[in-house]
Design a protein around this ligand. Structure first.
Ligand SMILES: Cc1cc2nc3c(=O)[nH]c(=O)nc-3n(C[C@H](O)[C@H](O)[C@H](O)COP(=O)(O)OP(=O)(O)OC[C@H]3O[C@@H](n4cnc5c(N)ncnc54)[C@H](O)[C@@H]3O)c2cc1C
Length: 410
């Protein structure tokens, strides 16, 4: 059986390794960090099967100035970074045209509709029901203007068969009585679910992978060489050969693609979380807050407020103003929150058209790519693993990934 290496033990790499191993391949995961501890650790915990509408939007041009200068904005930008990386920003804005946004939304929706089933296939073997809750996610609008601004996104969701329930103030209080009366209205995404402990889920899948004979090497991938019929991976003190390599290194994937002579316009949308102490259950479901672009979620170790977007690259240290803003806004919405226990910053891997890259490399026949899942990588990890497994086996699948092909950026 083929020897396969998966580079990256985030949720995408872990799920990919899981499905490949199920098919009988001899799989090794390499990561310089502990499994599931990077971007896949601190996110907003939603299995967001409804989230097919990208950040790119026709109204973004109009909204950007106010977003950039508004206090408590969901978006922050390091202008020096953006000016240095102008081609990415231009490509991103080019994908805000109505026709492009509708195409992106449709292809993401087609992929998302397989997300839950693919996870459930894993969860038949990996028992995680204690970490999954079925109370459906809600989105709260702070004003009529926010609600009206969101109408286009709502329309696209509905066109993509997402069931959206409109909620008035009373209906929101019935669901979430501890919220302060600062919102205008809301929406509930029918059938959505969430986790109370993403790290525990990643670890459980990873542990089953090890138990079934999978290997893990905790090292930094320093170089990769496509040889005649295999791939050579260079680690600190050794080189290892594999028949195929799957690149799942999230926001760092382009550094490794560069090693084999390929280059993708991958950037990162940094996001933050603030974890609050709580002695009691304050909320029942993930609650998104339109004014500042984050979710509040009751998880196993407190209430996490997670989200927002900051364009500032991979290496800059976290920006304390962003976590302070999240803290202030969270307390406005849920005044009973306790002390801040910890804060965190993660790096969403984002291509300018908001679609992941999934497929065989054009130039390197023994390398497959699976990265760039932006705001919905937690949701899409299992289905990504499933399609990579089919691609490696060269078997057909009913999941359409044609628009995620690496060749689109040539
Ligand atoms: C604030 C926030 C909220 C979010 N909320 C949600 C949500 O509610 N629902 C949802 O679906 N998604 C959400 N996301 C998005 C989601 O978290 C990401 O899309 C997803 O975690 C990406 O997973 P990944 O496996 O691709 O990357 P990662 O989890 O970052 O894993 C990549 C791995 O590659 C390793 N690596 C990189 N370079 C090397 C190297 N050279 N050698 C060895 N290893 C290497 C890293 O160490 C890392 O472990 C959110 C993201 C953020 C930041």
């Amino acid at each position: 059986m083929k020897k396969i290496v998966v580079v990256g033990a985030g949720i995408v790499g872990i799920c990919t390794a899981y499905f490949l191993q199920k098919s009988g391949f001899k799989v090794t995961i390499i990561d310089k960090e502990d499994p599931g501890t990077m971007t896949s650790y601190g996110h907003a915990c939603t299995f967001a099967d409804y989230a097919s509408v990208p950040v790119n939007s026709p109204s973004l041009f109009r909204q950007i100035p106010s977003m950039l200068f508004k206090k408590d904005s969901p978006l922050a930008v390091d202008f020096f970074y953006v000016i240095k990386h102008l081609p990415w920003a231009i490509k991103f804005l080019n994908n805000c045209r109505k026709d492009k946004v509708e195409e992106i939304s449709k292809s993401l929706a087609n992929f998302l509709k397989h997300a839950q089933l693919s996870y459930d296939e894993i969860f038949e073997e990996v028992k995680v029901s204690e970490y999954i809750k079925n109370e459906e996610n809600i989105y709260l609008f702070d004003s009529k203007k926010s609600y009206d601004d969101y109408k286009y996104a709502t329309l696209m969701r509905k066109r993509n068969n997402v069931e959206v329930l409109e909620l008035n103030k009373k209906e929101i209080y019935d669901l979430e009585p501890n919220l302060a009366p600062v919102f205008y209205s809301g929406q509930l995404f029918v059938g959505s679910r969430h986790t109370t402990n993403p790290l525990a889920i990643s670890k459980k899948i990873f542990d089953i992978f090890l138990f079934n004979g999978g290997k893990y090497i905790k090292e930094n991938v320093k170089n990769v060489l496509q040889k005649e019929n295999c791939v050579e991976v260079f680690l600190e003190n050794k080189q290892v050969e594999f028949d195929e390599m799957i690149l799942c290194a999230g926001a760092w994937s382009n550094n490794i693609a560069n090693m084999v002579g390929e280059n993708f316009p991958l950037d990162t949308e940094r996001g933050y979380h603030v974890l609050f102490e709580t002695e009691q259950q304050l909320i029942n479901r993930p609650i998104a807050w339109s004014e500042s672009g984050f979710y509040l979620i009751q998880i196993d170790d407190g209430v996490r407020a997670a989200g927002t977007v900051e364009i500032a690259g991979l290496t800059k240290p976290p920006n304390k103003k962003r976590t302070q803003m999240i803290e202030n806004q969270s307390r406005k919405l849920l005044p009973q929150l306790g002390k801040v226990k910890s804060t965190w910053m993660g790096r969403r891997p984002t291509l300018p058209d908001a679609k992941p890259i999934i497929g065989r490399s054009i130039n390197n026949k023994n390398i497959f790519y699976a990265f760039g899942h932006q705001h919905i990588g937690w949701t899409l990890a299992a289905v990504t693993g499933k399609v990579i497994d089919s691609l490696v086996k060269e078997s057909s699948t009913n999941i359409d990934i044609s628009s995620f092909h690496p060749s689109r950026f040539r």
